[in-house]
Design a protein around this ligand. Structure first.
Ligand code: SAH
Length: 265
C-alpha cells in the first residue's frame, strides 16, 4: 500500500529524473566525502548520492518513510547510508557533523524549514563544504538578490557563501505538486571569512533589517541602543549616507559597519 503523503511535513517528492540528475551533478560528489540529507523521503536523491559518496547521513521526520528507507537499504545490502529518524531542527546536527570535515549537504527539504537549514549549515563553526538545496524559487531569488533588493536572508547567505541558481524547477516535477515553482540553489561556503565576531555581525544585520520602512540608522539606534552621534560617526567612516535603508547595503558595507561599531553594542 502506498504511504500517505503528509502535507504538514511538506512532502513533495521529486519524480523528474532529469532534475535529480542535475542535483547530483551540482553536488559533485567524490568517493571520500560524507553528505547530509534533510528529508530523504522515498530516497529519490539518497540512493544516487550513496552511489557516489563515502557516506550519506539522512534525517527523516516521518517514521513511516524512515522505516521504508531502512527496509530498502537492508534489502539492497547498502552499507553507506545511515537513516536517522527525527526532526532536523531538533537533532543536534552540530554534534553529528563535529568530527566530519568536508561534508556536503544535498537536499530537497520541506520548504518551510529550508532557509533556516541553509543559514544554519552556512554559519556553523564547521560549515558545509558545499550545499545544494531545492528551494522555492522565491527563496533562490532572494539568495542571489542585488543591493537595492537585499533582505536579511540575502546578506547572510552572501556573506557566508557564494550562491548560484542551477536551474528552475516547474511544479510538475514533484508529486504531489507544490503550489509554487522551485529552483536548485547551490551555495559554496566561503572558507576564510574576515569577520572577527560572527555573532556581532549577525546581530547588526538583524537589527538593520528590523523595520523595513525605517532608515538603517534608526533601526540600529532603536535595536542596538547606540548613541546617535556614534552611529553618525560610524556611517561617515564607512562612507554611508544617513538616509540609506538596509536593503541597499552591499555585503562589504555590513562588514565595514560592524568594524566601525566595534565595542558599541
Ligand atoms: N527528498 C525527497 C523528499 C522531499 S519532501 C525527494 O526529493 O523526493 C520533504 C521530506 O522532508 C519529506 O520526506 C518529509 O517527511 C521530510 N521532513 C519534513 N520535515 C522534516 C524535518 N523537520 N526533519 C527531517 N525531515 C523532515
Amino acid at each position: 500500500m502506498p504511504l500517505k503523503t503528509l502535507k504538514s511535513l511538506g512532502q513533495n517528492f521529486l519524480v523528474d529524473k532529469n532534475i535529480i540528475k542535475k542535483i547530483i551533478s551540482a553536488a559533485d560528489m567524490h568517493s571520500n566525502e560524507t553528505v547530509f540529507e534533510i528529508g530523504p523521503g522515498r530516497g529519490a536523491i539518497t540512493f544516487e548520492l550513496a552511489k557516489r559518496a563515502k557516506k550519506v547521513i539522512a534525517i527523516e521526520k516521518d517514521r513511516g518513510l524512515a522505516e521504508e528507507l531502512q527496509k530498502t537499504i537492508k534489502s539492497q545490502g547498502l552499507s553507506n547510508i545511515e537513516i536517522i529518524h527525527g526532526d532536523a531542527l531538533k537533532i543536534n546536527v552540530e554534534t553529528l557533523r563535529r568530527n566530519i570535515s568536508n561534508y556536503k549537504v544535498i537536499s530537497n527539504p520541506p520548504y518551510d524549514i529550508a532557509s533556516r537549514l541553509l543559514i544554519d549549515f552556512l554559519i556553523s563553526d564547521n560549515p558545509a563544504y558545499k550545499i545544494v538545496f531545492v528551494v522555492q524559487k522565491e527563496i533562490a531569488q532572494k539568495a542571489i538578490a542585488k543591493p537595492g533588493h537585499n533582505t536579511l536572508f540575502t546578506v547572510l547567505i552572501q556573506t557566508f557563501g557564494k550562491p548560484k541558481i542551477i536551474t528552475n524547477i516547474p511544479r510538475s516535477c514533484f508529486s504531489p505538486q507544490p503550489r509554487v515553482d522551485s529552483a536548485i540553489l547551490s551555495i559554496d561556503p566561503i572558507k576564510d571569512i574576515e569577520i572577527s565576531d560572527k555573532n556581532k555581525f549577525i546581530q547588526l544585520v538583524k537589527a538593520g533589517f528590523s523595520s523595513k520602512r525605517k532608515f538603517l540608522i534608526n533601526n540600529l539606534s532603536n535595536k542596538l541602543k547606540i548613541e546617535r552621534s556614534k552611529l553618525q560617526a560610524a556611517f561617515k567612516e564607512t562612507g554611508l549616507n544617513e538616509k540609506i535603508r538596509a536593503e541597499k547595503l552591499e555585503v562589504n558595507e555590513w562588514k565595514d559597519l560592524t568594524l566601525s561599531l566595534k565595542g558599541l553594542y
